[in-house]
Design a protein around this ligand. Structure first.
Ligand SMILES: NC(=O)c1ccc[n+]([C@@H]2O[C@H](COP(=O)([O-])OP(=O)(O)OC[C@H]3O[C@@H](n4cnc5c(N)ncnc54)[C@H](OP(=O)(O)O)[C@@H]3O)[C@@H](O)[C@H]2O)c1
Length: 258
């Protein structure tokens, strides 16, 4: 029986990943705050012949993330094959006018909670029979400027940076670390957002996450246009930043001057 834990499994990308992964011989641990929605996903997983356990958690604080990790290790007896750190939020506002509490909340959920969970789970995961696998859901925003989502992009860049360093630090351990960097995806999180790139469905991103469990790549960027954008911003950052600046009004209203 393979045990796979997913945070943020109650809706959107996490829920789609859970359904894509559901199969006989797999036990999914579904984590989020909304118990009723987790129950719906549990039924969807069971309908596909998989097993699902619900663990209600609030990952927006260090204490919440620590408590969630203890519950997870308790429920699995420390036998965790795959950990998918997906729960996240975005503080969609121009930087100067955005609320500092909302920025701090975003940083705790997107960066601090995965960090806390990794610190506690990695020592268990390196002892799995075939080695453990961690998948972090970051964002294409970690590779490029993201007007209207500056603090969100920074929180995801922090997560990406953490994983890159851990990969080197844990080079002798039997653990695989994958970063999934989705672009604009239609979910509750992006209901009122605008993007220059076309929106992808959460099901498609969920399938990319499921495939990453089989292939164990270092980085996955679902969608060709997202991969091209990532290549452009990494290869010629100066030019691509200037192009983005020209179109920034389409993404975020002009910021009022102080
Ligand atoms: N949508 C996009 O365009 C996009 C693009 C790139 C990356 N991503 C990333 O993909 C991940 C999933 O996002 P999504 O688009 O699927 O968003 P979503 O539909 O809003 O889902 C977010 C998930 O995180 C959970 N969550 C939120 N706050 C939580 C908390 N305090 N404690 C525990 N769980 C919490 C939510 O469940 P509860 O509310 O039930 O707790 C939900 O299951 C995020 O990390 C996001 O940054 C999204």
């Amino acid at each position: 029986m393979k045990t796979i834990a997913i945070t943020g499994a109650s809706r959107g990308i996490g829920a789609s990943a859970a359904v894509a992964l559901a199969a006989p011989g797999r036990r999914l641990i579904l984590m989020a705050r909304s118990e009723d929605k987790l129950r719906d996903i549990q039924s969807a997983v069971e309908n596909k012949g998989g097993e699902a356990i619900i663990v209600p958690v609030d990952l927006s604080s260090r204490e919440g993330a620590e408590k969630a990790t203890e519950s997870l290790l308790d429920r699995t007896n420390g036998q965790l094959d795959v950990l998918i750190l997906n729960a996240g939020t975005s503080n969609h506002a121009d930087f100067i006018n955005s609320d500092l509490d909302a920025i701090e909340y975003e940083l705790r959920l997107n960066y601090l909670s995965p960090l806390v969970m990794l610190r506690r789970c990695l020592p268990h995961m390196v002892h799995q029979k075939e080695g453990g696998h961690v998948i972090c859901v970051g964002s294409l925003a970690s590779l490029m400027p993201f007007p209207g989502e500056a603090s969100y992009a920074a929180s995801k860049a922090a997560l990406l940076s953490l994983l890159r360093s851990l990969r080197v630090e844990l080079r002798d351990q039997p653990i695989k670390l994958t970063m999934v960097l989705p672009g604009y995806t239609s979910t509750e999180m992006t209901e009122n957002h605008r993007s220059l790139l076309p929106a992808m469905s959460s099901e498609r991103v969920g399938l990319a996450i499921a495939k990453a469990i089989a292939d164990q790549p270092r980085v996955v960027i679902p969608g060709l246009s997202n991969r091209l954008a990532a290549r452009l911003f990494q290869t010629v950052p100066g030019v691509s930043d200037r192009i983005l600046t020209r179109f920034a009004d389409l993404l975020v209203p002009t910021v009022a001057q102080p």
